[in-house]
Design a protein around this ligand. Sequence first.
Ligand code: NAP
Ligand code: MG
Length: 480
Amino acid sequence: MNPFEYAPALESTSIVTIADRYKLFINGKFVAPRSGKYFPTINPATGKKLSEIAEANSADVDLAVKAAREAYVKVWSKLSAAERGKYLFRIARILQERAREFAVLETLDNGKPIRESRDTDIPLVAAHFFYHAGWADKLKYAGLGDAPKPHGVVGQIIPWNFPMLMLAWKVAPALATGNTVVLKPAETTSLTALLFAEVCQQAGLPNGVVNIVTGAGATGAALVNHPGIDKIAFTGSTDVGKLIATSIAGTKKNATLELGGKAANIIYDDAAIDEAVEGIVNGIFFNQGHVCCAGSRLLVQENVQDEVLAKLKVRMSHIRLGNPLDKNTDIGAINSAAQLAKIKELSAAGEAEGAERWSPPCDLPPAGFWFAPTIFTGVSQTHRIAREEIFGPVLSVLTFRTPQEAIEKANNTPYGLSAGIWSEKGSKILWTASKLRAGVIWANTFNKFDPASPFGGYKESGWGREGGRYGLTAYLKVGK
Ligand code: NAP
Ligand code: MG
């Protein structure tokens, strides 16, 4: 990459005020943790500490669950649906007004490029609140019965890859359907959730309707195991999803689980190759590849492999990696040292198992966590890099000769979250889509999201759907 091609275009951070220390958000107030413990959150692009976050223990989680119960019984379940909707509209409007603040804070705490937090994450966050605000007083028309009832108190646990967006996917439908929530953000990316707590105060949301308990895995486990929780909504790894399913088995708790993926992005030989190359890049390098539905397995028809790979390498040579606050940056920082170690370990396994590794020339910044965009060719289905989720900017390339072979390879995975199909023939796209076992299938595009469109997986990619009319069912006692 030529460092003189672009002058820096840094987004100012002056719009954001980061406190030295953050408490828990329980019953509408920021309260010191009973645990007395705090842990640091860092900027992964520099390695520097941004602030300290409270670590909630089981006593703190208990207070939050009790606050959510009281708010549910005394206030939230008594409000008319239209009034509930007004709060959601208010939150959505405040999120739009404060969008730049949220985008900058997200980029600082997560490491994702400002271009993405500003143009994708935060606009979608507001869209999710607007969309669900509209549903609040129309639930009886959702085809889920005359007067579908909420579960009550929902425990929600989210990952670090889209911190605010995952919060919106969880909180907006839960509130619209009349539940109250206790949310645990990911340990490395809690700051925007805590700014959202301020938005709840600003919107005048009744105390206890939204509670935010920060902490690590143990805080999440305390939430899952609390007897006062009626439903768990979890997004994260398949391993933790399995743990949660085991620990709630035999209880009254409902659960939705949004887990991992290893999506196939299928390029047929009749595809518009230049567009497909853009789709491959968007599919695996968006958000540093920290995307559950990333197109991490490229399945390219053998007779166009050379052309696709040649064009992909040229395109990858123009990807800009660096300061996430620079508006020209395409690939930002890897979120944590642990995630970087996992990406390095799986990439080393790819080489050791015989796949060929390629990255464009790329200067990595000296501090923080970075990984150059990488492709592996000559990958076979048995390689770990073809089976395991890498969750980084690493693409495994496999080939196929016939459409049937493409389907078999695409479905040969324990996951089933998403897939992409590139072809100029509509009939071929429909035939392929009907045979793929994946919850979301994009045709001649990739990584497109909309609050009206349900999202979720088959097999080990999870239970249930989020978004759209179907996503409402997760938060209502449908048929009970
Ligand atoms: P993770 O380790 O499963 O963590 C997810 C959340 O669960 C975090 O808040 C985590 O806390 C918490 N947690 C950890 N151990 C727990 C336990 N025993 N009980 C309850 N909660 C616990 O996943 P991750 O590595 O952060 O996130 C990446 C994964 O999420 C990938 O596999 C990705 O595919 C998946 N993902 C799926 C979707 C989807 O919609 N399907 C969307 C985004 C991401 P800490 O952060 O403190 O560890
Ligand atoms: Mg951080």
